[in-house]
Design a binder for this molecule. Structure first.
Ligand code: GLN
Length: 534
């Protein structure tokens, strides 16, 4: 039976619970344990698929087509854990199934209540994932901050689980903030004491405290926190701010967190180190031998979380090339207002990520034109590929006003349009082309050079597709359709013949990139961007 680590967060949000959970997974994997991770999100949306990136950040897509919280992206990047539809438990999903059961009469005349019905549903979902994955340890991260009304049923569920299964099977890790007050010249432990106090009020006693801090803690401070929060001295773990998120497992290992967890969960495994990770990922992040400047042109640029996996995949591409990737974030609306040159003139490479809606589209088209005409390596992803097609249709094929029907329903040249199956759809939630689809690559293309194989599988999240009616004209004018979904006859990747590196794909390669195993297209895009242009 799987053991459980429940991760909660206190004091403030954005403490990096996701990174902490992913780092725990990484350390345990290194010790030879199999793990999986679950993210519990206390909002009422069934999934984040219908939320704006400004509200929620990126929507992370799994192989099985789930639209999930971006923390699942961290788990997949740090570990080999398999995550899927069932790995993201939201209040929306939980209530949806409880109410559906009630309507079917499955509660046999009982009054349906938060306790026990909602909490049972949460527990069953957590246990089901652990059982299905058949892992040694299941890490369950509870979203939100202690004290929120929304997360109470989740907290009650994990409290019950520990009571039912027993303390050597379940531990609570609480991520908390230890602010350093400059004027006092010291850390303040009170917020942590209060946060732990609130946890205790609802019956949860943390086994381990991960203290986020910008300055090292003293021995006395650790003692004080241990005493006032009633945790073991060695269970007060310092989680110091680091420059790169991939350093976190290394620092936590130095603090002895993995040994502590194993001891508390009564698991015996030989010690290990993170040397491979340190030597390849951390060293190259800290001291790369080269530098490259990549412009990312999007509309959610002001929010770092909106393109999380894209930024991470670029970093991975940098690691693979032993280069620091400097990301120049460009708002496509600024390109519309001013000039394309102003924002893109120093770019070694230009990337256009996914997106929805009309705002900023014309600026992105200008960015593609700039990359195409100047021979700057270009990488288009999902919407970026659609934009590249529109630009090519307008400026190379001479189709004035060419567009996607997403932005101009009546366009004379619908280069990007809806498939028949999408036209019938009325509901917005979970109805896009989602998840992994196979793709066949054409030999002697940039894509094939990158992947070094013919059959690939990549994740999707979009409604619109390249319109097959324009394939021939495009080919005549210099486009290579290097990746095709042969079953559905859909364009997956297009490239330009006479360009140093111009690759645009309909899928989202960023979701499958890892720090120690960069995605082939990101690796190859960064490599092309490192080539000095005349
Ligand atoms: N808006 C486009 C579509 O729905 C692209 C989506 C995306 O970039 N993820 O097809």
């Amino acid at each position: 039976m799987s053991k459980f680590i429940f991760v909660t967060g206190g004091v403030i949000s954005s403490l990096g619970k996701g990174i902490a959970s992913a780092s725990i997974g990484k350390m345990l994997e290194e010790r030879g344990l199999s793990t999986t991770t679950i993210k519990c999100d206390p909002y009422l949306n069934v999934d984040p698929g219908t939320m704006s990136p400004f509200q929620h950040g990126e929507v992370y897509v799994t192989d099985d087509g789930a639209e999930t919280d971006l923390d699942l992206g961290h788990y997949e990047r740090f570990t080999n854990a398999r995550v899927g539809k069932d790995s993201n438990i939201t209040t929306g999903k939980v209530y949806f199934s409880v109410i559906s059961k009630e309507r079917k009469g499955e509660y046999l005349g009982k009054t349906v209540q938060i306790i026990p019905h909602i909490t049972d549903e949460i527990k069953n979902r957590i246990k089901k994932v652990a059982k299905a994955r058949d892992v040694d340890v299941t890490i369950v991260e509870i979203g939100g901050t202690i004290g929120d009304i929304e997360s109470l049923p989740f907290l009650e569920a994990i409290r019950q689980m520990k009571w039912e299964i027993g303390p050597s099977y379940c531990i609570n890790v609480h991520v908390t903030l230890l602010p350093f007050i400059k004027s006092a010249g010291e850390h303040k432990t009170k917020p942590t004491q209060h946060s732990v106090g609130r946890l205790r009020e609802i019956g949860i006693a943390p086994d381990i405290l991960l203290c986020r801090t910008e300055k090292h803690m003293t021995k006395e401070q650790r003692e004080k926190i241990a005493l006032f929060c009633s945790v073991d001295r060695e269970a007060v773990i310092e989680a110091i701010d680091v420059k790169h998120i991939y350093e976190v497992p290394v620092f936590l290992k130095k603090e002895g967190l993995d040994n502590l967890i194993l001891r508390k969960l009564n698991i015996k495994k030989p010690d290990s180190d993170l040397k491979k990770w340190e030597d390849y990922v951390v060293k190259r992040l800290r001291n790369p031998s080269k530098e490259v400047r990549i412009s990312v042109v999007g509309k959610y640029i002001s929010l770092p979380d909106a393109y999380k996996s894209i930024y991470e995949a670029l970093v991975h591409g940098g690691i693979a090339n032993d280069a620091r990737v400097i990301i120049n974030k460009v708002d496509s609306e600024d390109i519309e207002k001013f000039s394309v040159k102003k924002y893109l003139k120093d770019s070694d490479g230009i990337l256009i990520p996914g997106g929805f809606g009309t705002r900023g589209i014309e600026g992105k088209i200008k960015a593609v034109q700039y990359a195409r005409e100047k021979g700057i390596p270009f990488f288009g992803i999902c919407l970026g590929m659609q934009i590249a097609s529109i630009e090519f249709a307008r400026n190379v094929c001479g189709y004035r006003g060419a567009n996607s029907t997403e932005f101009d329903k009546g366009t004379k040249y619908p280069i990007i349009s809806l498939l028949e199956e999408q036209k019938k759809i009325k509901n917005m939630g979970a109805t896009m082309r989602l998840g992994a689809y196979p793709c066949k690559l054409q030999k002697k293309t940039k894509s094939f050079q990158a992947y070094k194989k013919e059959s690939i599988s990549e994740r999707h999240r979009h409604r619109y597709e390249f319109n097959d009616a324009y394939r021939k004209v495009f080919e005549k004018k210099g486009v290579i359709f290097s990746g095709i979904n042969t079953k559905k006859k859909l364009v997956e990747i297009l490239e330009l013949k006479n360009h140093p590196w111009f690759v645009a794909c309909q899928f989202h390669p960023e979701f499958k990139s890892k720090p120690d195993k960069a995605h082939p297209l990101f690796q190859s895009f960064v490599a092309a961007s490192l080539v000095k242009r005349p």
